[in-house]
Design a protein around this ligand. Structure first.
Ligand code: PMV
Length: 350
C-alpha cells in the first residue's frame, strides 16, 4: 500500500473542573459551559496515513490499529465519526486511511480515552487536509478548527487540544467562548495552576457502567437538570475568580461540589447509576480527614467513573504523595495510580 502522506499527533486527556453533563438540541452542543485542566502524562498518540483507495466506490476506506492490533470496535466508532464530517474533509473520500493509535495509559485503567483519542484524530485530519489544500491557517485558527471537530467526536475532546486550561461552551463569563469549540484559558491564571498536580487513583478499572452518550441523554429527564445547568454557570464564574487569585480553598470547594453533583445526578437519573466504587468513598473520607488535619489544600474530583483525581499544588507534592502512599495506595486496585499534572496540549510528532 503506497503511503501518500502521514502525520502523527500526541493529544492528552483532560480532567473537567466544571463538568459537561447534558446536551442541548443540536450536534453535540453542551447544556452548560465546562472548564478543564489539560493533562500531560495521559495521552493518545495517533498517526494517520493517507493511502491509495482500493475500491472506487464512495465508502470511506479505513483501517484502524490500536497498540498494533486491528480493532474493529474502535474502527466502527471512528467510521461513524468520519461519516459525520466527511463533507468538510475531501480527503476522506479521496484516500484510504490507515490509522495507528496507542495510549500512554493502560486501556483498562478506567481513564477516559475518548478525549485524547478523538482530539488526536481530529487534529491529524485537520493537519492532513491543510497540507492537501496548501493553505495554512494561523496557529490559533488551526487549533480552533481541530477543537471544533474534536467536539464532534467526543464533547470533552474539544478541550484537550489546548495547554493548561480550556473552556468550552458559550457563557457570559468567558469572552470569546463558544458551544462549537473550546478556547484556551491562560490569561487570568494564577501561576500556582500552571504546575498543578493530578494524581489519578484507580479505585476500579472495570468497564464503564454507562456510556457518556447515555449519561448525557439521561439529563433530558432528570428533574434537577435545570438547577444543575444554573449551578454550572455559577460555579464556572466563581471558579474563574479562584483561578485568577489562587484561592485554593474556594477552588477546591467548587471542584468537589462539581464531582459530587455529577455523581448525584447519575444516582437520581432514571434508570439510576452508581458510578463510585466502595474504595472511592473510602478514599474521599480519608482525603477530607487528611485535609482537615494537615490544613493542606488537597481536593479531589471525579470523572463519570470510580477513580479519584487528586488535585494539589506542586509545592506540597512531597507531603501529598507521602499521604497517598500511606493511606490511599491500599485502596487502589492493585495499588494502581498515575501521577499526572497540568500539561501543554496537543503536539505534533516527528
Ligand atoms: O466527552 P464525553 O461525551 O465523553 O463527556 C464527558 C463528560 C465528563 O467527562 C463526565 C465531564 C467532562 O466535562 O469531561
Amino acid at each position: 500500500m503506497k503511503e501518500i502522506k502521514k502525520v502523527t499527533w500526541r493529544s492528552p486527556s483532560n480532567i473537567a473542573l466544571v463538568k459537561y453533563w447534558g446536551k442541548k438540541t443540536g450536534v453535540q452542543i453542551p447544556a452548560n459551559p465546562s472548564i478543564s485542566f489539560t493533562l500531560e502524562n495521559c495521552y493518545s498518540e495517533t498517526s494517520v496515513s493517507l493511502v491509495e483507495k482500493e475500491g472506487n466506490g464512495s465508502d470511506i476506506e479505513l483501517r484502524f490499529y490500536f497498540d498494533g492490533k486491528a480493532n474493529m470496535a474502535f474502527q466502527l466508532k471512528i467510521l461513524k465519526f468520519f461519516e459525520s464530517i466527511r463533507k468538510d474533509f475531501p480527503l476522506l473520500n479521496q484516500y484510504g486511511l490507515l490509522i495507528h493509535s496507542t495510549n500512554s495509559f493502560p486501556h483498562s485503567s478506567g481513564i477516559a480515552s475518548s478525549a485524547s483519542a478523538m482530539s488526536a484524530l481530529a487534529i491529524c485530519l485537520c493537519d492532513l487536509q491543510e497540507q492537501l489544500n496548501k493553505k495554512k491557517l494561523s496557529a490559533d485558527k488551526f487549533l480552533q478548527k481541530a477543537s471544533y471537530y474534536a467536539r464532534l467526536g467526543s464533547g470533552s475532546a474539544a478541550r484537550s487540544i489546548y495547554p493548561q486550561i480550556a473552556e468550552w461552551g458559550k457563557t457570559n463569563s468567558v469572552k470569546g467562548s463558544s458551544d462549537e469549540y473550546a478556547i484556551p484559558y491562560t490569561k487570568n491564571l494564577h501561576p500556582v495552576f500552571q504546575t498543578y498536580q493530578n494524581s489519578i487513583l484507580i479505585a476500579s478499572s472495570a468497564e464503564k457502567k454507562v456510556s457518556s452518550r447515555v449519561g448525557h441523554s439521561l439529563m433530558k429527564t432528570n428533574p434537577f437538570a435545570r438547577t444543575r445547568y444554573a449551578q454550572a454557570e455559577k460555579n464556572l464564574k466563581e471558579l474563574l475568580v479562584s483561578l485568577k487569585t489562587g484561592d485554593l480553598e474556594k477552588f477546591g470547594a467548587i471542584v468537589e461540589e462539581e464531582a459530587m453533583t455529577l455523581h448525584a445526578l447519575m444516582m437520581c437519573s432514571t434508570p439510576s447509576f452508581v458510578l463510585m466504587a466502595p474504595a472511592t468513598l473510602s478514599m474521599i473520607e480519608r482525603i477530607r480527614r487528611f485535609r482537615e488535619e494537615s490544613k493542606l489544600p488537597v481536593y479531589f474530583t471525579l470523572d463519570a467513573g470510580p477513580n479519584i483525581h487528586l488535585l494539589y499544588p506542586k509545592k506540597i507534592a512531597k507531603k501529598v504523595k507521602a499521604f497517598i502512599y500511606a493511606e490511599l495506595e491500599e485502596l487502589c486496585e492493585n495499588g494502581r495510580m498515575i501521577h499526572d499534572k497540568v500539561g501543554k496540549g496537543a503536539k505534533k510528532m516527528k
